[in-house]
Design a protein around this ligand. Structure first.
Ligand code: SF4
Ligand code: FES
Length: 378
């Protein structure tokens, strides 16, 4: 029985709880790459604390029971888990659509064949259009060649594929070639996502911040490619936040359609939620997923629109973007309840934009790589 049958937001306003459609399952934080815009938390989970395959199977059963339709197996690099095929199979057995989000590193042809029949779709990350760029950005020599090999094996096996290109000032001028590459690899979709500058990426604002001219050109490239490839390949484009007038609806609205499970079983409303001070998160090892989703204080904190301050509270877009991203508000405004500072109606917007323009004008190419320190033994 629930303690409180009427879930309430951070201000005590009643909230309406819907059903989640998608779950991000972060199988591990381990990753051979060292991307300077890594979206994993600054404090990484150790391998010894990761959920075991049988625990993931139980999470997937609970997720399906809660209404989740698709699971994204992610990381870190999910192929760092030797039991990836077993985990994916249990997600499929639970009745979920299984999407694997991978850099490709660690996948062999034999491992891909094991995944055939249990993984429905593969999303392959792309750091650059050639070995020089991709290996430099990922901090991993030989990554590009291995990734292209994985793409070819995946295509031969018949996996539907999306290329997931993360773009920034160092590679945005080569967007047309990235789209061509996705087409050559037989992808059904390419996602072109500009780096989000919070978490680790915040350390690399000067080398990575795109210029206005690049963003304008990227929009033209995407529009032209969408016309040319209509009916053959879908192009999703996430433009640079600081150059947009309004923020994106992060997670489709907090606690509305998706949830994340971290490697140790901590259940989060989004991948960066642990950066928000004062929120307490529950673990699926201790509390059933449905209870966390419906009654968890962190999930209810920013549900709906009742918690919003002005200018969001009276804004006509409040049910379109839900005030933007809470984690970005935390990072940039120091307050998760604030209007996302990338919004042109935020009092912090002008300052943010000026800082981004100064960073974009930098000629720095010095990257601070993300490395996971090895777990100490004994
Ligand atoms: Fe969205 Fe708030 Fe900006 Fe309105 S004021 S556009 S609701 S972030
Ligand atoms: Fe957490 Fe946007 S990343 S709400």
């Amino acid at each position: 029985m629930r303690d409180d049958p009427a879930p309430r937001d951070i201000d005590g306003n009643p909230v309406r709880v819907g059903l989640p459609m998608a779950m991000l399952a972060e199988l591990t934080h381990r990753c051979p790459l060292a991307c300077p815009y890594c979206s994993n938390p600054v404090e990484l989970t150790r391998a010894s604390a990761e959920l075991k395959a049988a625990e993931w199977a139980e999470v997937f059963r609970q997720a399906a029971g809660l209404g989740v339709l698709q699971v994204h197996l992610s990381g870190g690099e999910p192929a760092s888990r030797r039991d990836l095929a077993e985990i994916a199979a249990s997600a499929r057995d639970a009745g979920l659509y299984v999407n694997l989000i991978t850099s490709g590193i660690g996948l062999t042809e034999a491992r891909l064949r094991e995944l055939d029949g249990v993984v429905d779709h593969i999303q392959l990350s792309l750091q650059g259009i050639d070995a020089e760029m991709a290996d430099w950005i990922s901090g991993y020599g030989g990554s590009f060649a291995r990734k292209m090999q994985v793409a070819q094996w995946s295509r031969a096996i018949g996996f539907p594929m999306t290329l997931n290109a993360v773009v920034h000032r160092q590679n945005l001028d080569r967007l047309p070639e990235m789209i061509d590459l996705a087409e050559e690899l037989g992808c059904r979709r390419i996602e072109v996502a500009t780096v989000q500058f919070h978490g680790w990426a915040d350390l690399n604002r000067r080398p990575l911040m795109p210029t206005q001219a690049q963003a304008t050109r990227a929009r033209e490239v995407v529009d032209e490619a969408r016309r040319r490839l209509q009916g053959r390949m879908v192009i999703d484009y996430v433009p640079a936040d600081h150059l947009a007038a309004f923020p994106k609806s992060c997670m489709g609205g907090w606690g509305s359609t998706g949830l994340n499970v971290a490697p140790d079983g901590t259940v989060l409303p989004c991948h960066a939620a642990q950066t928000i001070k004062g929120l307490a998160f529950e673990n699926v090892r201790e509390v059933p997923l449905a209870r966390i989703w419906h009654d968890g204080a962190a999930f209810n904190a920013f549900r709906g629109t009742g918690w919003m301050p002005e200018p969001c509270a009276s804004c006509e877009r409040r049910e379109i973007d839900f005030g933007g991203c809470r984690c970005q508000a935390m990072a940039l405004a120091g307050d998760a309840r604030a209007t996302d500072p990338v919004c042109s109606r935020s009092g912090l917007h002008a300052r943010l934009r000026a800082a981004a323009e100064a960073e974009a004008a930098s000629d720095s190419t010095v990257l601070v790589y993300r490395r996971m320190t090895r777990e100490k033994r004994g």
